[in-house]
Design a protein. Structure first.
Length: 434
């Protein structure tokens, strides 16, 4: 079924067929295109369906991709971009059996002191011991992890005290039975009670609470960062039962913070050279330690999420291309059905430019209407994903603007060929069509 002619065009044909209209204005083009689409509204609606799905998919997928990227960047940024973590490396036991890094100790407090003295650009250095324990207060108890730390541990890891004076200088050397609690431990043991000055038991050893930490929430690997008890390193070595068999001066990890992020790679190389020298590792032999550059981990994760965002956007873009091909197909069919109408328009003075503008306007109207509906559905879909699912989203004006631009570009690109084909028809041949 061919589209009906605009009534005003019919009037111009019947009243004065010799009148030659001048170039159509933008308003006339839009009015004529709207009338043509209304003449076959169901087909127009079905044609815009592909654009609707494509635009909605672009908004939802790009929002999820950007939201995931922002969330991961936020989580891993807590690890620190100016630090190095040094742990034991894999080694060999009796008979050449390869041992895991957790089965032996290769780092000592002397190694940390040497790094502090001999490697330039080091701002913070701390040795650490860690383990698990049962914390008890009155009738409350809670299984948590503990960290034996030195002074710089708080600065390197970005921890701040929420209350209390914290450790004094002599606590680190005297084996003081003092503890600082993370928010999760404080809440489980004390609830609404005041924790400062109270005595808790870690295992069988009584400790005095001298501070609480400001909450950090979930960490980059999904763990509860606030489920933590901090004690001085010397106290952890002497008082915590799990460390009774530790070699003298042994530590499980050394953390280093540098003043200049650009010097991180240089500091890493110098630390590795220093530790190989101190541990008397021969050239070509494996290190008995492992240095982790957290800035590289952050960069790798960020790059991965960016690639994921591009992948999601590409999938949504394919849906939009399919919708655009549908518009081109329908517009080509429309040109074929309306050849006689095109001939009549040319006969009363419409030029190729007017014909091209009319059909291009029809294609862009289909795409634009589909884009508006798709944007609305995409925003609703993104909000539903955020509310119902666990995926974070980043819904902003840039994403919506990108979708709108895609919608307009789709109509312009895929509508141009049918419009150009219509404008090149021979008016005499077109009028002969039945």
């Amino acid at each position: 079924m061919t589209a009906a002619l605009d009534p005003k065009l019919q009037d111009s044909l019947t009243q004065d067929p010799h009148q030659v209209p001048e170039g159509m204005t933008v308003v006339e083009v839009l009015r004529t295109a709207t009338f043509a689409l209304r003449g076959n509204w169901l087909r127009s609606a079905l044609t815009s369906l592909g654009v609707i799905i494509g635009i909605a998919a672009v908004i939802v997928m790009v929002s999820v991709g950007q939201g995931t990227q922002a969330e991961i960047e936020k989580l891993v940024s807590g690890l620190g971009s100016q630090r190095l973590d040094i742990g034991p490396g894999a080694g060999r036991g009796a008979g050449g059996v390869r041992l895991s890094a957790s089965s032996f100790f290769t780092l000592t407090e002397d190694d940390a002191d040497a790094i502090r003295r001999e490697v330039p650009g080091i701002q913070y250095t701390t040795s650490q011991l860690r383990g698990n324990t049962q914390a008890v207060y009155a009738e409350n108890n809670w299984s948590s992890s503990w960290q034996g730390v030195e002074t710089d541990w708080f600065a390197i890891n970005g921890w701040e005290l929420a209350s209390g004076p914290g450790f004094e200088s002599r606590d680190y050397t005297s084996g003081a039975k003092s503890a600082i609690l993370g928010e999760s431990v404080r809440r489980e043991l004390f609830g609404e009670e005041e924790a400062l000055g109270q005595t808790i038991r870690l295992g069988r050893v009584p400790f005095t609470v001298v501070g609480t930490l400001k909450p950090k929430g979930q960490g980059g690997f999904g763990q509860d960062q606030d489920d933590l008890i901090v004690v001085p390193l010397g106290t952890a070595r002497r008082r915590m039962s799990s460390n009774a068999s530790l070699p003298p001066g042994a530590v499980q990890q050394i953390s280093v913070g540098v003043a200049d992020p650009d010097g991180l790679a240089t500091a890493q190389a110098e630390i590795e050279a220093l530790l190989r020298q101190r541990h008397k590792i021969q050239p070509g032999a494996d290190d008995d330690f492992n240095v982790r550059n957290l800035a590289e981990i952050v960069a790798t994760r960020t790059q991965t999420t960016k690639l994921m965002s591009w992948l999601l956007g590409a999938v949504a873009g394919i849906s939009l291309i399919v919708g655009g091909i549908g518009i081109m197909n329908i517009m080509l069919v429309s040109v074929t059905e309306r050849i006689r109408e095109i001939g009549l328009r040319m006969a009363v003075g419409a030029g190729p430019r007017d014909i091209r503008r009319q059909f291009l306007a029809e294609a862009m109207l289909i795409s634009l209407i589909g884009g508006i509906i798709g944007i609305a559905l995409g925003v609703i879909g993104a909000l539903l994903v955020s509310r119902i699912g666990t995926l974070p989203i980043a819904l902003n004006s840039q994403v919506i603007g990108l979708a709108a631009a895609f919608s307009i570009a789709t109509g312009l690109f895929f509508g141009y060929y049918p419009a150009s084909k219509a404008s090149k028809l021979d008016p005499i041949e077109a009028l002969r069509q039945q």
